[in-house]
Design a protein around this ligand. Structure first.
Ligand code: LLP
Length: 446
């Protein structure tokens, strides 16, 4: 994702190469691009575009692969899906049925997790600025663990827990000061980042947690960043520091029941090296394995990213002074990742005939009135006519959740595919809904 857009076209993977890595997608002569057993053109026709489409099969397969890697490494591990990357109720239901819990960062996410049937006992609450209301709500839901990120927050949690007559299970998020070598906007484990407590201060803060009423210290946590593809070195460095910390805390007679290893495992959007769940499990085993503690994981993107696409239709194709522009009906308000992080997303035509036609470079843009509303530059695509649909790949994580109604564009619907079935699992926002809640002050009403 940190890859610059300036790489030459020849380095981009072909449609076939992109699809080969995404087994829930395949291209058929008649049906075109198919997800599981459902032609995406059918969804585009029935539901309209833009639309998010998720593969239940891919979600299950990826959740299982992660579980198998962890148990294969001999780890006692629980997985808490980072629902900031996709908070769709049906997606959560699919993952909950696979035994995944949730990592939440707001009262809103906590409420959605509970609505999806995820028990409080499988929920961890992370975040650098939980409000008192959110902490109270989390304690009332008796969630598994709150990851505290500062000495200040610990005092607040203690006071609220005491006022409710409850005990908060709290892990301390430690900032290990390692560079995850990912995009600057999503690296979190360097000492200059806002996350967690400084490594050297952690033992004293942990001891304070043990001394405070209403708090049961249960362990330590870290999360060094997202879309980590540069190998396991940063993970190993961070987890080695956590192991050192656990030994230090134990030596002081402090209780440590578990370690939360965070999320961040990257995916190949274009041709990035793809770290495997096995290599992550191996890194955990090698660094934390001797401690004989259960571990927690908070993956988001690795599970949901490849499982989703954003469908869009071509509005028109126009020849500019310097480029061919393909203008689609999705925009930066839908999928913000390209404009926000210079992220590369595969773009595949739904029609097999189009996918097989001669390719030439195009700028793929949305209708929003900003030059930044650009999905791809110099992308090799066939001639595309108005109404032709395309799929933006790997849009299952940090896609719909980051969309907005900028330019008064209603939020796109979400669709779940499961085998030969599909269903709209979140309806398209209506234009009326955009006006909902707005009111005119009486002095503007004649
Ligand atoms: N745990 C914590 C505490 C986190 O902050 C995050 C992500 C995760 C787990 C899950 O990370 P993942 O496994 O998904 O990498 N909007 C950006 C990504 C932001 C990630 C924020 N934190 C993007 O579109 O690339």
């Amino acid at each position: 994702m940190a890859a610059p857009l300036a790489l030459t076209d020849a380095e981009d993977p072909s449609f076939a190469e992109l699809l080969a890595l995404r087994p829930h997608l395949s291209l058929h002569a008649m049906d075109g691009l198919v997800m599981e057993e459902v032609p995406l053109a059918r969804i585009a026709a029935e539901v309209g575009t833009p639309a998010w489409v998720y593969s239940a099969g891919a979600l299950r397969r990826r959740a299982r692969a992660l579980k198998a890697a962890l148990s294969g490494a001999g780890l006692a591990a629980t997985i808490h899906f980072a629902m900031k990357c996709n908070d769709n109720l049906s997606v959560l239901k699919v993952l909950a049925a696979e035994g995944l819990g949730a990592d939440v960062v707001s009262e809103g996410e906590l409420r959605i997790a509970r609505a999806a049937g995820i028990p409080g006992s499988a929920i961890v609450f992370s975040g650098v600025g939980k409000t008192a209301t959110e902490i109270r709500h989390a304690l009332e839901e008796d969630i598994f663990q709150i990851n505290a990120e500062s000495a200040e927050e610990i005092e607040t949690i203690s006071a609220i827990a005491v006022s409710l007559g409850r005990t908060a299970r709290v892990a301390l998020r430690v900032n290990p000061d390692v560079d995850a070598k990912t995009h600057a906007k999503i690296t979190t484990g360097k000492s200059e980042n806002k996350f967690g407590v400084h490594f050297d201060e952690a033992p004293a803060i942990y001891a304070r947690m043990a001394a405070l009423p209403g708090i049961a210290p249960v362990g330590i946590a870290t999360h060094i960043g997202s879309q980590i593809t540069a190998g396991m070195a940063a993970y190993r460095a961070a987890y080695a520091r956590l192991a050192e910390m656990v030994r230090m805390l134990r030596a002081q007679g402090l209780p440590v029941e578990r370690v939360d290893c965070g999320g961040g495992l990257g995916i190949p959007y274009r041709d990035e090296p793809a770290p495997t769940p096995e290599s992550l499990a191996g890194a955990i085993r090698a660094t934390l394995g001797d401690l004989d503690l259960p571990v927690m994981l908070e993956p988001g993107r690795w599970i949901a990213g490849p499982a989703g696409v954003l469908l869009a239709a071509v509005v028109l194709q126009k020849q500019g002074a310097a480029h061919r522009f393909v203008v689609v009906d999705a925009a930066m308000n839908d999928l913000v990742r390209p404009s926000m992080y210079e992220a590369w997303h595969g773009i595949v035509p739904l029609s097999a005939a189009r996918a097989a036609a001669p390719l030439s470079p195009a700028e793929v843009v949305g209708p929003v009135c900003e030059t930044g509303d650009t999905f791809a530059r110099g992308r090799l695509l066939p001639h595309l006519a108005p109404g032709d649909a395309v799929a933006f790949l790997d849009a299952g994580a940090y896609g719909a959740v980051m969309s907005s109604t900028y330019n008064a564009r209603p939020l796109a619907p979400e669709v779940l595919v499961d085998g030969a079935r599909f269903a709209v699992v979140r309806e398209r926002q209506t234009h009326d809904a955009l006006l909902h809640g707005q009111r005119l002050p009486e002095w503007l009403v004649p």
